[in-house]
Design a protein around this ligand. Structure first.
Ligand code: ZN
Ligand code: FE
Length: 242
């Protein structure tokens, strides 16, 4: 593949993503919630870091960014709309803007809902989506700053991407998401099969991500909610689910 993606475990359940453009060796890190694991991953990939991509302002996604810029001279990339709440950006972008990683290119998609200024990075040619805390495997982000209507629109935009798109999200929440999802769609055979797969993956200590958009469309009740009201209903139920 022209662009390789690797989840790097950080904090208690975060994923930092390392992306490497095969043709040029250019490397990006997405959402460094801490510097240490990101630096270890960069060093294991040749010690080069071109870009730090930030999906939103929460500390568990940005805390390592300044250290990475200082160590590697990487450029920090994030949303113009949320620039005040992000580390000082070298490249600030809005929906539809593009950023190059070597020979690969990402397009910004506005995805408010979890936070107001949340963005996703989509690499259309490589079929890779970095979606932060908007879309999780079998779940979606909490509505901390946005409305259910905003999250519905954000998820609809992501759902329209090609089915083979790799979904690279910000947390390893899949196992608890699966338990909740089964209370919503107990007869969904794709979800039942995916839940069993997730148990095996986590039992072996393996990441459950990236998944594909097609797999999420088949099994993720938040992506499958047909209306804002339905999304709001299951989001509230998940907030109260233990
Ligand atoms: Zn967050
Ligand atoms: Fe987070």
């Amino acid at each position: 593949m022209a662009l390789s993606v690797e989840p790097v475990a950080a904090l208690s359940d975060n994923y930092i993503w390392l992306l490497k453009d095969a043709a040029t060796g250019a490397v990006a890190i997405c959402d460094p919630g801490e510097a240490g694991p990101a630096i270890a991953a960069v060093e294991a990939n040749g010690g080069r870091l071109d870009l730090v991509l930030l999906t939103h302002h929460h500390g568990d996604h940005i805390a390592g960014a300044e250290e990475l810029r200082a160590k590697y001279g990487a450029k920090l990339v994030g949303a113009t709309a949320d620039a005040r709440r992000l580390p000082k950006l070298d490249i600030s972008l809005a929906e539809g803007d593009k950023v190059a990683l070597g020979g690969s290119e990402a397009v910004v998609i506005d995805t408010p809902g979890h936070t107001r200024g949340h963005i996703a990075f989509h690499f259309p040619t490589a079929r890779v989506l970095l979606c932060g805390d908007t879309l999780f495997s079998l779940g979606c982000g909490r509505l901390l700053e946005g409305t259910a209507a905003e999250m519905f629109d954000s998820l609809r935009k992501l759902a329209a991407l090609p089915g083979e798109t790799l979904v690279c999200c910000g947390h390893e929440y899949t196992e608890s998401n699966a338990r909740f999802a089964l209370t919503v769609e107990q007869n969904n055979t794709c979800l039942v099969a995916r839940s069993a797969e997730v148990r095996v993956q986590r039992g072996a200590g393996r990441p459950t991500v990236p998944t594909t958009m097609a797999d999420e469309l088949a099994a993720n009740p938040f992506l499958r909610a047909g209306s804002v009201a339905r999304l709001a209903e299951i989001r509230t139920a998940k907030d109260n689910f233990r």
